[in-house]
Design a protein around this ligand. Sequence first.
Ligand code: SF4
Length: 211
Amino acid sequence: MRLKEKFAGIFPVLAEKFPDPKSELKFSNHFQLLVAVMLSAQATDVSVNKATESLFKIVTGPQELIELGETELFGFIKSIGLARTKTSNIMKTSEILLEKFNGEVPSSYEELITLPGVGSKTAKVVLNVGFNQPTVAVDTHIFRVAQRLKLSRGKTPDQVSDDLTKNVPREYLLKAHHYLLLHGRYTCRAQNPRCELCELKAFCSFKKKQI
Ligand code: SF4
């Protein structure tokens, strides 16, 4: 099957499977989204939501976070992996948002990746989820699904992201990140992918090794 046909076939199936895909992170504004995505590196959305439930009741912007202070912030997020580094990055990022961006989260990739602790994936998630920009952030689930379905031969998340951004049909690009992530999380799992139930098995040769 040609690559173009594969992309054209896969995305309508995923759109039907996940009619209203959303981030599973909980937040109520761009700042909280940025903090939640920074916390989600090497952590599950469930663990981030558990930690931010109380934090986001009292912190809605960078000024409130600075006033809360580093020690208190660490207390809220200490159950999450890399908590010390994340605490430091979130504090520094809050200072920069106040100094350079008028307290707002910037809406460009180039500006976002200047913030401490904000890499390519975090920036793309924030742009996609918070600003409705058609970016494809590639996490471990999306990387795996793209490789198994042979949607990309990229060796790094950024290479896979570039291939997906180039080839996903335009009308599905905004939600492509969610479709692939949810498919990877619940069906094309790292261990024991559910190939026998998979809606995409007609497009996938990986399954033959598994069943
Ligand atoms: S058939 Fe299996 S390996 Fe292929 S996409 Fe579906 S779950 Fe993943």
